[in-house]
Write a protein that binds this ligand. Structure first.
Ligand SMILES: NC(=O)c1ccc[n+]([C@@H]2O[C@H](COP(=O)([O-])OP(=O)(O)OC[C@H]3O[C@@H](n4cnc5c(N)ncnc54)[C@H](OP(=O)(O)O)[C@@H]3O)[C@@H](O)[C@H]2O)c1
Length: 241
């Protein structure tokens, strides 16, 4: 049966791969982001029943009007928008620079998820799933970005309890190093690339489709008893018991 899926930040990188995975199922897929032309091009390239829904995830009015354009209920919400804003918006020095860095990372990775989830609340279908994209950085330091992703995991635990009575799950997929996205801006140095790979047990980086597969599983009938959890597709860079 075809479902309705909303993927924030679906115009590029992991979000695009996640959207593509659900388009393969013939689902109706909405993708959000701030760049209208990127979203429209991605929706065209994805084909099927994919739709661009431009909005800035930290603008409450924009989020509300985007959600109002969704036809019917949302079966799967993927809060994927975000990234390490330090890579794109180098803040100045001093406390003012720190304040900017912290707020920008928390806005991009936590507030976008909280606003979108709240805006969709009335539309979330019974038996549905919310999946948030966290990061291995949540457990490895990573400054304001890692802290924002750790807070996202905490938010997801609360949400799992809030949505559980409606048979809606909330989980986090926390990827390791996936270079084939816009995350790193102009890219990482060869030295950093080699270092990140050396941290893994598998001796390689991950691919966007592998993250999409984990999200798709958490939104599947096989995962209905999994909620409030974090799944770590990171090649063994950080292991959990
Ligand atoms: N790649 C990795 O190695 C890696 C590892 C761990 C976790 N992650 C996480 O994976 C997620 C996807 O990142 P990615 O690697 O695919 O990088 P990406 O290609 O830069 O994707 C991030 C997407 O989020 C959107 N976005 C950012 N801020 C937004 C906002 N305020 N409102 C709406 N959309 C917004 C961007 O679109 P616009 O710029 O058009 O708004 C973009 O499409 C992020 O949450 C990131 O933290 C990535």
């Amino acid at each position: 049966m075809s479902r309705t899926v909303l993927v924030t930040g679906g115009g590029s990188g992991l979000g695009r791969a996640i959207a593509a995975r659900f388009v393969q199922d013939s689902d109706r897929v909405y993708i959000t982001g701030r760049r209208t032309e990127v979203l429209e091009r991605t929706a065209r390239e994805l084909g099927g029943d994919a739709h661009a829904l431009p909005c800035d995830g930290i603008d409450p009015d924009a989020v509300e009007s985007a959600v109002a354009r969704i036809d019917g209920e949302v079966d799967v919400l993927v809060n994927n928008a975000g990234g390490n804003t330090d890579f794109r918006e180098p803040a100045g020095g001093g406390l003012k620079g720190s304040l900017h860095r912290w707020r920008a990372n928390i806005d991009a990775n936590l507030i976008t998820a909280a606003l979108m989830t709240e805006a969709c609340d009335d539309k979330l279908a019974r038996g549905g799933a919310v999946v948030h994209i966290g990061s291995v950085g949540a457990d490895q330091g990573s400054g304001a970005y890692g802290s924002a992703k750790a807070a996202l995991a905490s938010y997801s635990v609360g949400l799992s309890k809030q949505l559980g009575p409606r048979d809606i799950t909330s989980n986090v997929v926390a990827p390791g190093y996936i270079p084939d996205t816009e995350f790193f801006g102009s890219g990482v140095s060869q030295e950093r690339h080699d270092h990140l790979i050396s941290l893994t047990a598998l001796g390689r980086h991950g691919f966007p489709d592998e993250i999409a597969g984990a999200v798709h599983f958490l939104a599947s009938a096989d995962a209905r008893f999994i909620t409030g959890q974090v799944i770590n597709p990171n090649g063994g860079a950080r292991t959990t018991r």
